[in-house]
Design a protein around this ligand. Sequence first.
Ligand SMILES: NC(=O)c1ccc[n+]([C@@H]2O[C@H](COP(=O)([O-])OP(=O)(O)OC[C@H]3O[C@@H](n4cnc5c(N)ncnc54)[C@H](OP(=O)(O)O)[C@@H]3O)[C@@H](O)[C@H]2O)c1
Length: 344
Amino acid sequence: MTVKQVRVALVGAGNIGRAFLQLMLDKAELLRQRHGFEMTLVGLADRSGAALDPAGLRPADILSLKAAGRGAAALPAHGQPGMPPDELVRRCGADLLLEASPTNIVDGQPGLRTIETALGLKMHVVSANKGPLVLAYPHLMALARQQGVALKHSAAVAGSCPTVNIGQRDLLGCQVARLEGIFNMTTNTILCRMAEKGLSFDVALAQAQAEGIAEADPTLDIDGWDAANKLVILANSVLGLPVTLADVEVEGIRGVRIEALQRAQAEGSAIKLLATAAQAGDGYKLAVRPTTIPLTHPLARLTADQMGIIYYTDVQGTIAAVAGQQGVLTTAGAMLRDVVAICG
Ligand SMILES: NC(=O)c1ccc[n+]([C@@H]2O[C@H](COP(=O)([O-])OP(=O)(O)OC[C@H]3O[C@@H](n4cnc5c(N)ncnc54)[C@H](OP(=O)(O)O)[C@@H]3O)[C@@H](O)[C@H]2O)c1
């Protein structure tokens, strides 16, 4: 069997980027044997700048460098201090860009410019970064189509949970009447703990922050915007709706009281932060809000570390997926499955 060589560039070597580099090492044999390709890392960017080598950077060297608290620019012989990611993309000659820089939903940068540059150069793109997708999905997809390359993002909507893949692959030919999802683990953890342990919102949030589950600034999660971002990406990529955040009614969980959670429990229900897209007339109504659902609902039983989705369709009926133990490995794994789908 001929083994195809795939040159990749990685932007972002944080939690997800580093987990991806580890997977490049751990899965090299499986990719070669089962899928017939090998990845060569020809470029990497972080906040320090970039590192470039057409012959291939060693993922293990990058992992050691980052573990020592240093940046790509410090890589001996290959470091390029201050080189921005779009310049790296122009210079590295990759076949595929892996985008794992921070999500920025104000202007999408630096991810948006980086992805546009890569698509412009006919590079495939795999993105875990939600910002560019939320802000410019139709534009980026049209560009990818025009350039004859793939733009995949299954890691950007609930990590390993196959929210996008089920919608794009398994529901072909269906009309989706409604989708519902629990897409944010921080809020799910807080609501689960409030219900199970009788904690107030403030105490449950402080606990989640102390454990590193919630960010120091939890606004995006708590106020529903992270879930809304993911709903916008699904609405664009699965339902074909060119919607933005402005089209989503968003309410977070700050107003959820223990009493309401306990009352729901006593009545055989649960309160979850539900993201929904529901067919209404010619279009869909999109919302993220705390919602009471019966315990018989597939998403009502999700534990603190799970996320899930349910599609209600005309032909395939109801299809649900739940994924647990979400973390950096599963998200990097979702990027890897996108790479295999493109290159394998
Ligand atoms: N963490 C998760 O579980 C998860 C799940 C799904 C999706 N995602 C998405 O995946 C992406 C990465 O998440 P993460 O947790 O790995 O974030 P992270 O740990 O904060 O890492 C971000 C990386 O991007 C680099 N970076 C920041 N600004 C940059 C710039 N201007 N130019 C070039 N590089 C820059 C950082 O450089 P330094 O290393 O120099 O700081 C770092 O390597 C985000 O978009 C996130 O929303 C994350």
